[in-house]
Design a binder for this molecule. Structure first.
Ligand SMILES: Nc1ncnc2c1ncn2[C@@H]1O[C@H](COP(=O)(O)OP(=O)(O)OP(=O)(O)O)[C@@H](O)[C@H]1O
Ligand SMILES: [Mg+2]
Length: 245
């Protein structure tokens, strides 16, 4: 018999088959005593949903996102993405899954400084063995999609923070991931640029049908999301659903 879940499920999937879900997910750190950075998290995000993860600093948002993205391994519990259980995958398998199915966006953009916008966007495609010409045309198309068609040859330092984040978003979309994960994507941008970025996320989510999970302190992100998971001390304490505008 399967063990009972220790905490109630926090489905955010509106009844549809989830793209990503977790089962009793825990992550601990030992600092003199055991600290739960993520505690008994059961969540599910449906295909094409826009989910936000909110909560005070230190509540475990980045740790949770790292587990969802397969960048980090849990102490116990599991993550299932598109039917694949992370616990069943070795490091190579997990790396392949990340490359094919997940796009990451970070607070500090994490672009490679000596590569142009286009080269940065092409990089994840090159790793999959896609021919250079195809990577170039797809990269150009993605930069046009995020409004940077005129900037494809610029280096990161020749662009504003908002433009760099757009390049990072285009890069995250390079391999047509099922899931886009973003950690504080507006955290290093001014309010107006941050709002533009949220509108871009919503547009991409609606137009491309990709699932987004965005960690943010920004109330505007929570307003734009279909479902909001509120964390406190590593636990989901509230799930809010917003009707789509
Ligand atoms: N490598 C680590 N070693 C020890 N403790 C850690 C480690 N990484 C995170 N923690 C602890 O886990 C908890 C959750 O951290 P996390 O970075 O996930 O929070 P967060 O919600 O993303 O915070 P912020 O909003 O400030 O980014 C915190 O108490 C943090 O100190
Ligand atoms: Mg964080």
């Amino acid at each position: 018999m399967k063990p009972e879940s220790r905490s109630p499920p926090h489905a955010g999937d509106g009844g549809q088959v989830p793209v990503i879900s977790t089962k009793d997910l825990n992550k601990t750190f030992y600092l003199g005593k055991t600290i739960y950075a993520v505690k008994d998290v059961n969540l599910a995000v449906g295909s094409g949903e826009f989910a936000a993860v909110v909560g005070p600093s230190g509540c475990g948002k980045s740790t949770l996102l790292g587990l969802l993205g397969g960048l980090d391994r849990p102490a116990s519990g599991d993550v299932v993405l598109d039917g694949q259980r992370y616990s069943r995958l070795r490091e190579n398998g997990l790396a392949l899954l990340r490359r094919r199915k997940i796009g990451f966006v970070f607070q500090f953009f994490n672009l490679i400084s000596h590569l142009s916008a286009l080269e940065n966007v092409m990089l994840p495609m090159r790793f999959t063995g896609k021919p250079a010409r195809a990577c170039r045309s797809k990269g150009t198309e993605l930069l046009e999609t995020v409004g940077l068609g005129e900037r494809i040859s610029h280096l990161p330092l020749q662009m504003s923070g908002g433009e760099q984040q757009r390049v990072a978003i285009a890069r995250a979309l390079a391999n047509d991931p099922a899931l886009v994960l973003a950690d504080e994507p507006t955290g290093n941008l001014d309010t107006k640029t941050g709002e533009e970025m949220i509108r871009l996320f919503v547009r991409l989510n609606r137009e491309r049908g990709q699932t987004f999970i965005v960690v943010s302190h920004d109330a505007k992100v929570a307003e734009a999301a279909d479902v909001v998971f509120s964390l406190s001390d590593g636990e989901i304490v509230k799930v809010t659903r917003n009707p789509r505008a």
